[in-house]
Design a protein. Structure first.
Length: 68
């Protein structure tokens, strides 16, 4: 089972990193959506970026190069 890292950002600054073993990317993105209340979240599996979730689940756009 891969280990996913969830980097939580607030106002562009890294607040904390949470690690969790999950079966697949979709499970990790589901966890990230739960963590995005009040934070933007980047999800990584090792060095691979899985996805980004903006604060409070706002939609991403082409200008979003980083979740924070």
């Amino acid at each position: 089972m891969p280990c996913y890292k969830f980097s939580l950002f607030k106002d562009g600054a890294l607040v904390c990193v949470v690690e969790q073993d999950l079966p697949e990317d979709l499970d990790a993105l589901d966890v990230a959506r739960g963590l995005c209340r009040g934070h933007a979240v980047e999800v990584h599996a090792d060095a691979r970026l899985v996805g980004r979730v903006k604060k409070d689940g706002e939609p991403l756009n082409a200008r979003d190069i980083q979740a924070g």
